[in-house]
Design a protein around this ligand. Sequence first.
Ligand SMILES: [Fe+2]
Ligand SMILES: [Fe+2]
Length: 141
Amino acid sequence: MGQASPINIGIDYSDEFLVGHPVIDREHRSLFEKSRAVLHAFLLNSPRPQIIEGMRELYTELQNHFTHEEAILDALDYPRLPEQREQHEAIMAKAARTLAHYEAQSMSFGDLYSFLFGQIVKGHFLKEDMLLKDFLATSHS
Ligand SMILES: [Fe+2]
Ligand SMILES: [Fe+2]
């Protein structure tokens, strides 16, 4: 989608997001910024096709990230890979429903915000993914 300037969404990207793996960290940052851009377009009442395009791109990028992350963790014999897979699957199912819901009608800013930043960023990147930090820092980096 087009260039969107940052908006204040009550959470900023910072070092607290870093888990210590360059690929995972780069992808988390990109997903964070793209989520913010979609919300920004939403707030500006951008044309629906533009928002849908942004949401579809985000969906694909999220799917690719989960695939990459699982491959990385699998290669490291990460013990919480099953929990990771389970959460990724649940998030993608919700993402598909969210996208279909928006395409069919609309949704509130609050619903989209709570999915992108409540469930994905705060609920997964800053929780389950953050458990990777110690694992990577101890013997696997
Ligand atoms: Fe992740
Ligand atoms: Fe993850």
